[in-house]
Ligand binder design. Structure first.
Ligand code: HEC
Length: 111
């Protein structure tokens, strides 16, 4: 039990998220807090996984169709750096299909 108490701060640091927004506190997170929670929940951001180009596409789409304001180039860069690093595409969670040759033989085939 004392060991667990010792480990708690380590776990807390590893999952350093902002309580109010749910954003992971990686560099640039304050810019995302400032610019990305005005119209929808920050959860829409934290639930998304995308590469840098797709994040940029999402931002452009909101600017063209949803009244998202223009971001200063430096701010946009910080936001994209943050998003691409923090909410990157995840590896597939499902295993690859088993090759047909390794599958058990079917008892009978459906005609
Ligand atoms: C001016 C309003 C506004 C601001 C500010 C805004 N968004 Fe959005 N965003 C929207 C709207 C509207 C939608 C569509 C919401 C829906 O489908 O319910 C949306 C949807 C999204 C989605 C979901 C896209 C999808 O394909 O499902 C993501 C991710 C997102 N926004 C990220 C961001 C990020 C990152 C920022 C900060 C750079 C941001 N938003 C700031 C208006 C805004």
């Amino acid at each position: 039990m004392p060991l667990l108490l010792l480990l708690l701060p380590v776990i807390a640091v590893a999952l350093d998220t902002d309580k109010a927004t749910g954003l992971i506190k990686n560099p640039g997170w304050e810019q995302v807090r400032a610019h990305c929670g005005g119209c929808h929940s920050h959860a829409l951001v934290t639930n998304q996984r995308a590469d840098r180009k797709t994040w940029l596409d999402i931002i452009r789409w909101m600017q063209e169709t949803q009244n998202l304001w223009q971001l200063q180039p430096q701010v946009e860069m910080q936001i994209l750096d943050y998003l691409a690093a923090t909410y990157a595409p995840q590896p597939r969670l499902r295993r690859a299909p088993i090759p047909p040759g390794l599958m058990p033989k079917a008892e009978r085939t459906v005609q």
